[in-house]
Write a protein that binds this ligand. Structure first.
Ligand code: C5P
Length: 276
């Protein structure tokens, strides 16, 4: 059994997110094209008594106790492990956060010899897709995850204006949706083809989140002004992403956006693995 492992909890990016219905328990049915950015929180696991330590640029205000999703994930797996979480990404921001961290704990525990427990989707709707951490279609309330073969490598910028936004509040504010699923998902040869397809899709949560936090509209406009071929909000926000033609353009845009006092990071969307 491996005594210590490190996993990256990559940022989840909802390139498209359609709300297609609502279950009787109030959860919303989704159809989402999900990619992962090559940046994230860092989760280190070490065999030992159960503990959690949180540091990093976004650790402030987080309780390192048994209520944290990382701790709950380890408990669900029946593991006792010392967890060290480096929070590099803004919290409550639509890019996976706690779900990505919990999935990283579960992946790490598998490498240490533990088996994957049942019911991981009950810890958080994004956990199944974060377990995969590869381009995927996510359906149901998040429990149906299908890997996708056709996503090219894409230069991207993630931007967060520094305000947390509550996921349940955004879902509650959802006033209209047209229930249409994404339809067949093709392969894209390049960024232009991907953007052409994405323009026919939306993030249904974006209008509701913009009502709650109008700053999101400014972030999206600033991404476009700085050369993004497509700018959209991820998940329930407030993090937005822009897609760019090159890494150099993405880096230049991230530098300009951070001058607003926003967190902005140039990164890449991880492409589909060949042969999948
Ligand atoms: O599962 P997670 O903790 O990410 O969800 C937070 C809240 O977001 C849920 O309690 C629910 O109000 C809302 N939600 C939803 N439909 C989903 C996912 C989340 O209504 N598919």
């Amino acid at each position: 059994m491996t005594a210590a492992v490190v996993e990256t909890a990559m940022a989840k990016v909802n390139l498209a997110l359609h709300v297609t219905g609502r279950r009787e328990d109030g959860y919303h049915l989704l159809d989402s094209l999900v990619a992962f950015a090559a940046t994230g929180d860092r989760v280190s696991l070490r065999a030992g008594p159960m503990s959690l330590q949180i540091d990093g640029p976004f650790a402030r205000g987080l309780e390192a106790d048994s209520g944290n999703l990382c701790w709950r994930a380890a408990e669900l797996a029946g593991a006792s492990v010392a967890i060290s979480l480096e929070k590099n990404l803004p919290v409550a921001s639509g890019i996976g956060g706690g779900s990505a961290d919990a999935a990283a704990v579960l992946r790490g525990l598998e490498r240490m010899g533990h088996s994957r427990p049942e019911g991981i989707d009950r810890l958080g709707a994004d956990i199944p897709v974060c377990m995969l951490s590869q381009p995927a279609r996510m359906q149901g309330i998040g429990e149906i995850v299908t890997p996708l073969s056709g996503l090219p490598r894409v230069s991207a910028v993630l931007v967060n204006p520094g305000h947390e936004i509550s996921t349940p509040a955004v879902f509650r504010a959802l006033t209209s949706r047209d229930n249409a699923p994404l339809g067949a998902i093709p392969s894209w040869s390049d960024l232009a083809a991907l953007i052409g397809w994405l323009r026919q899709t939306r993030n249904d949560l974006e209008p509701a989140a913009r009502d709650i936090l109008p700053l999101i509209s400014q972030v999206l406009a600033a991404l476009e002004q700085n050369g993004a071929g497509l700018a959209r909000m991820s998940g329930s926000g407030a993090t937005c992403f822009g897609l760019f033609e090159s890494d150099a353009q993405a880096r230049k845009a991230a530098a300009a956006l951070s001058r607003h006092g926003w967190w902005a990071e140039a990164t890449e969307l991880v492409p589909s693995q060949r042969g999948r």
